[in-house]
Design a protein around this ligand. Structure first.
Ligand SMILES: [Zn+2]
Length: 199
């Protein structure tokens, strides 16, 4: 059976359009399916904020579009907004500077569920423009089309996942950190060898 047959959504990888990716920051959201985990969302830096007051409460887990990208009002747009309830650290807690959370997709917030389908990319949208405001410090940056400040609500996907348990992982992409460190190490070894060969 495919994932779709079991009612699980496909993987939506937003790393190429979200901020924090180049700094090895990573956010992953898996759907907890019995004892398995189904990889669902992945992007760069996370923003986690409480909505309203009181114990427990409702939370939003969000990621913004890449550095420098704005909407027409020069605000930093979102690539994903996932409303959840019952957010807590799971049994692992924080390990190696990576935090492991558990939560449930808020079954009462269809309007706030702004999670795109795979392929969402307002940065590459042909209606995107470049900033020409002479007062702008970052002139030439990309301005996404109107109504892309937050991805549109996604009722079809919401019906598929509302109320489901999710596992959220927020921290560093250690594999990538180590790959970069290894690259630097081999690059400096190569340049040292070059210097020696010149003598
Ligand atoms: Zn600007």
């Amino acid at each position: 059976m495919t994932d779709q047959d079991q009612g699980l959504p496909p993987l939506t990888d937003l790393r190429s359009i979200t901020r924090g990716e180049s700094a090895c920051l990573r956010t992953k959201v898996d759907i907890v399916d019995e004892h398995d985990r189904h990889a669902w969302l992945i992007w760069g830096a996370a923003q986690i904020s409480k909505q309203g007051r009181g114990a427990g409460g409702r939370w939003r887990i969000e990621g913004r579009l890449a550095e420098g990208v704005t909407d027409f009002e020069h605000d930093a747009p979102y690539a994903v907004r996932l409303p959840v309830i019952g957010l807590a650290l799971d049994d692992i807690g924080v390990l190696g500077h990576v935090a492991h959370f558990v939560a449930w997709i808020d079954p009462s917030d269809e309007e706030g569920f702004c999670v795109p389908d795979p392929g969402y990319d307002p940065i590459s949208d042909p209606r995107s423009t470049r900033c020409t405001d002479p007062r702008c410090e970052n002139k030439g940056h990309i301005i996404v089309p109107e109504r892309n400040f937050v991805p549109p609500p996604n009722p079809r996907l919401w019906r598929q996942v509302a109320g489901r348990q999710v596992a959220i992982i927020v921290g560093l992409d250690w594999e990538r950190v180590e790959r970069i460190a290894a690259g630097h190490a081999s690059a400096s070894t190569a340049s040292a060898a070059k210097k020696r060969s010149r003598r």
